[in-house]
Design a protein. Sequence first.
Lengths: 112, 113
Amino acid sequence: SQQGEEDPQALSIQEGENATMNCSYKTSINNLQWYRQNSGRGLVHLILIRSNEREKHSGRLRVTLDTSKKSSSLLITASRAADTASYFCATAETGGSYIPTFGRGTSLIVHP
Amino acid sequence: SQTIHQWPATLVQPVGSPLSLECTVEGTSNPNLYWYRQAAGRGLQLLFYSVGIGQISSEVPQNLSASRPQDRQFILSSKKLLLSDSGFYLCAWNPDTADYGYTFGSGTRLTVV
């Protein structure tokens, strides 16, 4: 199974700025998912984008998917201190099981 | 609505002792169930998954085992813990269909001493 890789590994910004995280993967996928994990907690599902979709929005979150480049980005606009967390992408391979594999995450710190 | 419960939240166990972590899901039937382990600062490693009662698939050979005695119950066990079993254990579920995200439990922090 493949693994998405997030970039950067760590990101530190000021409240009100936008935060962009990227995810790259290696083979064809059915979908790509983004999750948030607050320190010491379980992961929370943010957005799922299917392979035939290019962009998806949810509140202050915007996810793009470029299957030709095998990459995705997660944009958090007007960030808040409460957005401080680790963000993971997970990819589900085409023709494989429904089980996505996770990257190592981007650690986002938003300074108030 | 569906909920997932995982307990205990924290556990400190001596080397060589047994382990039992439990996860239950409410509000749905026939869920896919998963156990993941997360080492400090690392991504998630899939340990076991189950698509039905008594059906367990293991992803990584190790000192752990899993069981699914009921449709919405998933148990992670060990007969003798190793120091390397320390980590953050997460249970998750999703419907048995494509294009659905996971719902995770709140996790168990296991420290083997």
